[in-house]
Ligand binder design. Structure first.
Ligand SMILES: Cc1cc2nc3c(=O)[nH]c(=O)nc-3n(C[C@H](O)[C@H](O)[C@H](O)COP(=O)(O)OP(=O)(O)OC[C@H]3O[C@@H](n4cnc5c(N)ncnc54)[C@H](O)[C@@H]3O)c2cc1C
Length: 485
């Protein structure tokens, strides 16, 4: 099957689809606008330390294994992955730290019967969804009808939100906030997120959040090693300027003012950006989408190791969780927001630990369209102060900081072409999920495909990998059908 494929963008979606198609024997060229691969998961460097740019958590590890198997590889040959019993360390102002454990049978949940039931219930719902919806294209009427005939589907289409389900069921206030915090990974505050996404925290209990030695960068290195082995061709610093299409058929792209002809084009770039800026006007029509929130990230190199026992993944819950979620939904600047704190040195022994240590702090903030403020110097300084106040809870002071670097929503727009600087893409509202989300095939343009967090099934490394499998299967199926004619 010697088709020439052009992939626009080298994010997780672009690279994984490229690997599936190389494995199927196609000629694949990946064009990336930036000087390194990986999109939002590309590492960044500060004072000799490597930082994960965005994703740090291996959520749904089984999907990673499935992906490697799908391209004829064994994940164990590429990644050193170890199980962790503690999922998160929880930090609350003026309270003792506590650990959120993976095993819901453990003593920590002994009195939390409701929480255990909630987790088990949503683990089951996720298994159903994974089989019936998340691993299939949902653009043909037969798949949709088959799904609608199942009673489980209807039970999931409730108008309830994660906020309602979790706060109705989980009575312990701290556990409730820690559960709500995890639903933020889908890019919306819990009061706007459909109840079914309660499966995000449930999934962490079911499959754990294992540690990858070397972090997400090691995963990216593995993808690139296989990409080279399979003969993929990578073009860095090569922004695609336009997609060439006529008579409802794609025929290539324009890069550096020159046409590059191909049989198939896959856009891993942001969906709305692709439709608005890359495709010819007549093929770029789309509905209006609501976008997810964005993030502010502060990366710090510090003089000493954390004075208290942090784990790799830590949550600072802030002073007033509920009010902060409302502020986020209303586009207001945060006051004492919840913060995800990544501490990659947590597992290092004394021998391994260096003189300095790194910490990355991630705060959910309104996207550029919703924000009722601009990222002025004053706002950036205020955000740093907010992060330092949280750091004080774990025994660091500003004097411990050797070097700092921040990332604001504009960077998601300018560097990665993410519409509205929305870090998680098209928001996962009910009317923008599943059958209502953009699908892998362009409805009108033959041989034009999409992949990435804006496309069904959606956001998160494991979801994007599922999307890559869907896109690749659709392409292979179409090629086989063409060969028959
Ligand atoms: C702060 C943050 C934390 C996260 N944490 C986690 C986590 O812990 N675990 C998890 O599973 N997921 C996490 N996620 C989600 C996960 O990282 C994303 O869903 C996933 O990486 C998105 O990949 P993608 O392929 O869709 O897009 P992208 O990474 O955006 O890739 C798109 C690529 O296209 C390129 N591009 C754009 N326009 C052009 C053009 N014209 N020409 C050429 N190239 C172009 C861009 O430069 C980019 O490289 C996190 C996301 C963020 C933002």
């Amino acid at each position: 099957m010697k088709k020439k494929v052009v992939v626009i963008g080298s994010g997780v979606g672009g690279l994984c689809t490229a690997l599936y198609l190389l494995h199927a024997g196609m000629e694949v060229h990946v064009y990336e606008k930036n000087d390194k691969v990986g999109g939002v998961i590309a590492p960044s460097y500060l004072s000799g330390n490597t930082f994960e740019q965005s994703a740090t958590m291996m959520i749904e590890p089984e999907q990673y294994r499935r992906f490697f198997k799908g391209i004829g590889k064994d994940m164990n040959d590429y990644l050193e992955v170890s199980e962790k019993e503690v999922l998160y360390t929880i930090i609350e102002p003026n309270k003792a730290l506590w650990k959120l454990e993976r095993r819901i049978e453990s003593d920590a949940f002994e009195k939390q019967i409701e929480y255990r039931n909630l987790v088990t219930n949503y683990q089951k719902k996720y298994s159903f969804l994974n089989k019936q919806l998340l691993t299939k294209p949902v653009d043909d009427i037969c798949t949709v009808l088959a799904l609608m005939r199942k009673k489980e589907t209807w039970s999931m289409l409730s108008k309830n939100t994660c906020k309602k389900v979790i706060s109705d069921v989980v009575s312990d206030e701290s556990l409730q906030k820690a559960t709500l915090f995890q639903t933020l990974y889908m890019g919306l505050p819990a009061q706007l997120l459909p109840a079914i996404f309660t499966s995000v925290p449930a999934l962490s209990h079911a499959q754990g959040i294992p540690h990858i030695k070397g972090g997400m960068s090691a995963f990216l290195d593995a993808l690139m090693a296989i990409f080279r082995e399979f003969g993929g061709i990578l073009h860095l610093h090569a922004p695609v300027e336009r997609i060439l299409a006529h008579s409802n058929r794609v025929c290539g792209v324009v890069v550096g003012n020159k046409p590059v002809f191909s049989d198939i084009v896959i856009s891993n770039a942001d969906y709305c950006y692709t439709m608005d800026k890359l495709l010819p006007y007549e093929y770029g029509k789309r509905r209006n989408y609501t976008h997810s929130v964005s993030v502010y990230i502060l990366r710090l190199v510090l003089k000493k190791k954390a004075p208290c026992v942090l784990t790799e993944h830590n949550m600072y819950l802030g002073e007033n969780f509920e009010e902060e979620m409302n502020r986020l939904a209303e586009g207001k600047f945060p006051q004492t927001p919840p913060i995800y704190i990544y501490y990659p040195d947590s597992g290092k022994t004394e021998q391994e630990s260096q003189v300095s240590t790194c910490i990355q702090m991630v705060v959910r903030v309104p996207n550029l369209q919703n924000a009722k403020f601009s990222w002025t110097t004053e706002k950036k300084e205020r955000m740093q102060e907010i992060c330092y106040l949280a750091l004080a809870e774990i025994g660091f002071t500003k004097d411990d900081v050797i070097n700092a670097e921040e990332m604001i929503p504009e960077e998601f727009l300018n560097k990665y072409n993410r519409s509205n600087g929305a870090s998680f893409g098209i928001a996962h509202t009910l009317m923008q999920s599943g059958v209502f989300r953009p699908q892998s095939k362009h409805p009108d343009v033959k041989d034009m495909y999409f992949v990435g967090s804006n496309i069904h099934p959606g956001n998160g490394v494991s979801m994007v990998m599922k999307g890559a499998a869907i896109t690749a299967k659709e392409i292979v199926k179409a090629c086989l059908e063409q060969e028959k004619i």
